[in-house]
Design a protein around this ligand. Structure first.
Ligand SMILES: [Fe+2]
Ligand SMILES: [Fe+2]
Length: 411
């Protein structure tokens, strides 16, 4: 038998009579291609005779055409698609519902499933074929309709070969029926989706409950702070203004948004400890005696005690402010004589805003100062009572501070 003569292959006629469409062997193609196809057909036909759920196949297409045909297909494909041999490729294509490809970039990474559904699959077919030609293989799972609401899943594992001389490509390999595995996979997916929904519902409930708990804690604390404030301020606007002044300074200081929000909520609680100071001291119009002042100083510790043991960031910062808003940059403040950056930043910001508002507001023991006099007092205490950098920021943003001051001014 010569290398190029296929006519003398003893099995050729036999092959033609057994599940083989014969377009290549009996068509105008090169002898080398015909020899390859003969070899494959004989091999796959022998394989198909073994009792196995695997379906061997050889498909072919021309490089410049969208038509694909089965040069050879195992018996089970005809049984599944229930159509004449010549229509197998068209039937397979029409009945394919989707195509999955499983990818795992490395052993450490999870498997990712990429799914292409009709009609995208139909549109992308030429592109997929080019990709298979370039990669030299096919490894995909097809969901195929095989009756009323009945599907099977076929895993396609094949080699793709190009024959440029004949302007033709061959894909040959096996289709494995993986219906049971895919049904199990979809059931698992459904269970995982259900679990995810449950988990999201539980998380949402926990979030809501935490939020409710947090707002009821805040409600109590804010009411306490208001109660304390009403005892020595005639209007109660002090808390709102403190919060707004702190927002201006913290934003200009470059604090992140979350930290600014925490500070705005926490700063109004700075004097919550005044709830524990007697009216005689709190509302005394004149100067406090040394012993009265000592009692007054105690409002820092009382405030910190009231806010102790809480888990939220707002209350944690509020506690630091309550304890340290009377500390001074030069270390001569109270209650712990902290100095410089040892004083928590939130307390340093609150201190400036608190004093500015106290000076520009009317109190039982003093009239309201004109705003420029209060600004001068803040400047005068730069580096003494207050953090010099924060004073600079406060003064740089004085127009915004004045806007807040005027919008809350009592007429
Ligand atoms: Fe205070
Ligand atoms: Fe205050």
């Amino acid at each position: 038998m010569s290398d190029t003569s296929i006519d003398r292959l003893p099995d050729l006629q036999w092959i033609a009579a057994h599940d083989y469409c014969g377009r290549i062997l009996f068509g105008p193609y090169s002898a080398s291609l015909k020899r390859k196809v003969t070899e494959y057909v004989l091999r796959y036909h022998a394989f198909d005779q073994a009792v196995t759920p695997v379906i061997p196949y050889i498909s072919a297409w021309h490089a410049d055409s969208t038509t694909i045909w089965y040069e050879y297909a195992g018996r089970n494909l005809r049984r599944l698609l229930a159509c004449p041999d010549g229509d197998l490729a068209a039937a397979f294509r029409q009945r394919t519902v989707d195509r999955h490809v499983y990818k795992r970039p490395s052993l450490q990474r999870p498997v990712a499933r990429e799914t292409l559904r009709q009609p995208d699959l139909r549109q992308l077919r030429p592109q997929l074929r080019r990709q298979q030609e370039a990669e030299g293989f096919v490894n995909a799972v097809y969901k195929v309709a095989i009756g009323d609401n009945a599907f099977c899943w076929l895993k396609d594992q094949a080699v793709v070969e190009s024959y440029p001389q004949d302007r033709l490509c061959l894909s040959h390999g096996v289709l494995v029926d993986v219906t049971n595995e895919m049904v199990a996979e979809h059931e698992l997916d459904a269970i995982q989706r259900q679990l995810l929904r449950h988990r999201q519902a539980i998380e949402a409930t926990v979030r809501n409950q935490t939020k409710k708990l947090w707002s009821s804690q805040m409600e109590v604390v804010v009411r306490l702070a208001r109660a304390a404030e009403f005892r020595d301020s005639s209007t109660g606007k002090h808390l709102t203004k403190i919060s707004r002044y702190c927002a201006v300074v913290s934003k200009a200081s470059g604090l992140p948004r979350v930290a600014r929000r925490i500070l705005s909520l926490a700063a109004p609680m700075h004097d919550i400890g005044k709830i524990g100071i007697s009216d005689a001291i709190l509302r005394k119009p004149g100067k406090l005696t040394a012993s009265e002042f000592e009692q007054m100083k105690n409002h820092c510790h009382i405030g910190a005690q009231l806010l102790r043991g809480e888990e939220s960031d707002v209350l944690r910062v509020a506690r630091a402010i309550a304890l340290s808003h009377h500390e001074r940059w030069d270390g001569t403040g109270y209650p712990r004589q902290l100095n410089g950056r040892a004083i928590p930043l939130a307390a340093r910001i609150t201190a400036i805003c608190d004093v500015f508002d106290a000076l520009t507001s009317k109190r039982p023991y003093k009239p309201a100062w004109p705003v420029d006099k209060a600004v001068a007092e803040i400047r005068r205490n730069r580096g003494r009572q207050f953090d010099p950098q924060l004073v600079d920021i406060f003064l740089d943003n004085i127009s915004k501070i004045k806007e807040i001051y005027h919008s809350h001014k009592e007429h």
